[in-house]
Design a protein around this ligand. Structure first.
Ligand code: ADE
Length: 418
């Protein structure tokens, strides 16, 4: 069983999955190892992830490891329908995902993933874990562990753990160095620019681009927008990150000031109503507003709807125009959902290779060490980060130095000074 848009898209999807696989050498190696060793044999696994070509290659890897895998969408707008078709038709992975699905369909797809009776879950945003805890508590005893892909999901899971609500172990894959230093920074940086450009076809050079948030995703987007010739403004609430942004060469100011001068706005904060009514009041005619954070809460789209006297939907693919009382036009991209996945194809395969290698190896580790963990949020073990990094370097044909015995000894000693 599956619920997808159209089976006939399968051939196109397969080509894209294979194309992505060419740039995922680490995951391919793990797939070969899993094929031989079958570390996930007999396990039922449900994944709630963005349904992309890269995710398809992770599903193939987990299946090669012997798991009975099911995939559902982690966002209503990020599904690549051709990939969903290929997964069900060629790769034997039941898939529940339709690009543009409504909220009820989204949750019915999550329900199908839960009814698969998984003993391992993979999440991107923690919807699967939170729905199991709130609506299907009888499933909890089956679950060995869950892996979490994204910052927002890790924040939610930590909140569950500190409330005493978390009832099985979870691994914060997002926090692995080989994940967030590359995926969040270079992946989000590039794919967010890509999404904004595909939606609008605007030139970044000379524009004032406002980046809300200077976490790893915000840093990546600000860096790439600057690289394309934009004047970048950063808004932050964290004083340390704000200094970092200033010393990285960006103007830093509150959103209420930035609102007046920005041409393009992008939220990457993980928090709610970062662009709100008061900001829309001040924006220039023609301002473009996008979000690249996980949930569609960062831009107060309800306020925008209320303020607008008219809305022109789909003026271009992924662009809705809101006409304000005074005649100004505000362009909302991808309905305020993550623009990099809704308007473009998400992060390139090259970085997802590391993120999904970490997912696969952490899943293997959690299963091998079943029963040893408490109901807490665990970091990915350092040896997994090291292995992913070593394999990625090898695939890039980059060699590095090794410590000499003398250097190792020096690092262990404290007596030698100047
Ligand atoms: N998150 C961001 N980009 C992605 C991609 N290409 N595939 C899966 N998840 C993603």
């Amino acid at each position: 069983m599956s619920d997808i848009k159209d089976k006939n898209l399968k051939a196109e999807g397969k080509k894209r999955i294979e194309w992505a696989d060419n740039d995922m050498p680490v995951l391919s190696l793990i797939r070969e190892k899993f094929k031989k060793e079958k570390p996930l044999k007999g396990l039922r696994l449900s994944a709630c992830l963005h349904v992309t070509a890269e995710t398809a290659n992770l599903m193939r890897t987990l299946k090669a490891g012997g798991a009975d895998v099911l995939l559902c969408a982690s966002n209503p707008l990020s599904t690549q329908d051709d990939v969903a078709a290929a997964l069900t038709e060629y790769y034997d992975v039941p898939t529940y995902a339709i690009k543009g699905e409504d909220r009820d369909t989204y949750y019915s797809h999550l329900k199908s993933a839960i009814e698969h009776k998984p003993s391992v879950t993979l999440d991107d945003g923690a919807d699967l874990v939170s729905t199991i805890h709130s609506d299907y508590p009888e499933m909890i005893p089956n679950i060995i562990a869950s892996m979490e892909e994204t910052t927002t999901g890790v924040i939610r899971l930590r909140a569950m753990a500190s409330d005493g609500a978390l009832k099985f172990p979870v691994f914060a894959v997002n926090d692995a160095l080989t994940k967030h230093l590359f995926d969040n920074r270079y992946g989000t940086g590039q794919s967010t620019v890509d999404g904004i450009i595909r939606a609008t076809d605007i030139l970044f050079a000379g524009k004032t681009v406002v980046t809300a948030g200077y976490g790893w995703c915000g840093r990546g987007f600000a860096m790439r927008a600057q690289g394309m010739g934009a004047n970048v403004i950063v808004t932050e609430v964290d004083p340390v990150k704000a200094i970092e942004a200033a010393m990285d060469g960006f103007r830093v100011m509150p959103m209420i000031e930035a609102a007046k001068i920005g041409d393009i706005f992008c939220t990457l904060t993980g928090d709610i109503n970062v662009i709100d009514r008061a900001h829309f009041e001040l924006m220039k005619d023609g301002a473009m507003v996008a979000n690249s954070g996980h949930f569609n809460v960062e831009i107060n789209t309800e306020a925008l709807e209320e303020m607008a006297v008219d809305v022109k939907k789909n003026i271009r693919n992924c662009v809705d125009q809101y006409i304000m009382k005074d005649g100004r036009v505000i362009n909302l991209l991808a309905e305020g959902r993550l623009v990099n996945l809704a308007a473009a194809e998400g992060h390139p395969a090259c970085v997802m290779d590391m993120s999904f290698a970490a997912q696969a190896l952490t899943t293997e580790y959690a299963v091998k060490n079943k029963g040893k963990f408490m109901s807490k949020v665990y970091p990915v073990p350092a040896h997994i980060d090291d292995e992913v990094a070593r394999l990625k370097l090898a695939s890039m044909e980059i060699a590095i130095d090794t410590l000499t015995p003398e250097q190792e000894e020096y690092l262990r000693s404290w007596q030698i000074g100047t």
